[in-house]
Design a binder for this molecule. Structure first.
Ligand SMILES: Nc1ncnc2c1ncn2[C@@H]1O[C@H](COP(=O)(O)OP(=O)(O)OP(=O)(O)O)[C@@H](O)[C@H]1O
Length: 356
């Protein structure tokens, strides 16, 4: 059974449709990220699930129970949800244990203390039970917020950009801990993020949103390698973008002819090539490929990879500027030439009319 289900949910703020007919499920133990650009409706989805926003249209179901539809609208306390906000929202006048105990009001004192200890153990914060939030680091505050969300053993955990208040180094560490804690808890998790890498790090599935609509819901690997649209391909990572006209089922580019399945002859194609799809072949190693050579404009080490700016030469003229990404340190000098090969698993051809 799905722990959380949105069924044809629509939500407007005045004239603006913030959520436009979204259906999405999250199963027990599954972590789904709502990913998308600023203003696409992610937080509204989360607030609707939490009961912080009154549902206007559609249905929300949790563990088989309708929590919101045209008739029912359970309050946040009556839904089995744990919430973690961007700013953690800890009570500054309560110590760690009392913050975690906050959502456990219905329980007897002994049981409540037991749950608090259990939740603090889950996030490895038991030795901080008497500390006040302002004495904790950002990462520790985040763990307390997570313990507070998990203490009532909710069926569903909702997180809204939970790492965005942390600096980058700490963010990576806290993300990792949070992932393992959530997976161990067995709760269904829906997390909002606008960061594709974070979504790929955390998710079992990613629900990609744009302009209030769910545009693709898939495992990270499928979303990355089989994006269904220009938007999906370009939101997940950088791309080189070119256009061409379809002829005989293919489109001729400075990098050779690419297949254009499903596109009609004469149609304009949008071609998206991930920088890591471009392979640089040294002169002589790929004799007779017939591909246009490319000249190195500049190379930059980015840490885990190198980015090479290339100018593709066609008919003796510099025709196209491309970025290639190569793992590790690879820094060819300006003016060196290579011929280019493409990894077709990371090269996507769409109709130009497909932009959402
Ligand atoms: N209470 C509100 N009143 C009016 N408009 C709102 C309200 N809340 C959100 N909106 C608008 O609804 C749209 C969706 O907002 P939402 O916060 O859900 O997007 P988001 O994807 O979470 O964006 P962000 O990442 O910037 O928070 C936006 O255009 C936003 O300005």
């Amino acid at each position: 059974m799905d722990a959380l289900a949105f069924d044809s949910v629509r939500h407007r703020f005045g004239q603006l449709t913030a959520v436009d007919g979204v259906s999405l499920t999250v199963s027990r133990g599954e972590l789904v990220c709502l990913l998308g650009p600023s203003g696409c409706g992610k937080t509204t989805m989360l607030r609707l699930a939490a009961g912080l926003e009154r549902l206007q249209q559609g249905r929300i179901i949790m563990a088989g129970e309708v929590v919101a539809d045209g008739r029912v609208d359970l309050s946040p306390e009556d839904r089995q949800v744990g919430l973690v906000f961007q700013d953690f929202a800890l009570f500054p006048h309560l110590n760690v244990a009392d913050n975690v105990a906050f959502g456990l009001k219905g329980l007897a004192r002994d049981k409540r203390m037991e749950r608090v200890e259990e939740a603090l153990r889950q996030v490895s914060m038991e030795s901080y039970r008497n500390a006040y939030p302002h004495t904790l680091s950002g990462g520790q505050q985040q763990r307390v917020a997570l313990a507070r969300a998990l203490a009532p053993k909710p069926a569903v955990v909702l997180l809204d950009e939970p790492f965005s208040g942390l600096d980058m180094r700490l963010r990576n560490e806290v993300r990792d801990q949070t992932l393992h804690i959530l997976k161990k808890s067995g709760a269904a998790t829906l997390m909002v993020t606008h960061d594709p890498e974070e979504a790929m790090f955390m998710s079992d599935r990613i629900a990609l949103m744009n302009q209030g609509q769910l545009v693709q819901t898939d495992k990270p690997v499928d979303l990355y390698y089989s994006p269904a649209s220009v938007f999906a391909a370009s939101f997940l990572n950088d791309t080189n973008q070119l256009t061409g006209v379809v002829r005989d089922g293919g489109v001729e580019t400075a990098l050779g002819k690419l297949e254009a399945d499903g596109l009609a002859d004469g149609e304009t194609a949008r071609i998206l090539i991930r920088p890591e799809a471009i392979k640089l072949i040294p002169p002589g190693a790929h004799a007779g490929s017939g591909r246009s050579p490319a000249r190195v404009v500049t190379s930059k080490l980015l840490g885990r990879s190198s980015l090479i700016h290339l100018s593709v030469i066609n008919d003796g003229k510099e025709a196209l500027h491309l970025h290639a990404r190569v793992p590790g340190r690879f820094l060819p000098a300006e003016g060196e030439t290579f011929s280019l090969d493409l990894d077709f698993h990371q090269t996507f051809v769409f109709s130009d009319s497909d932009s959402i």
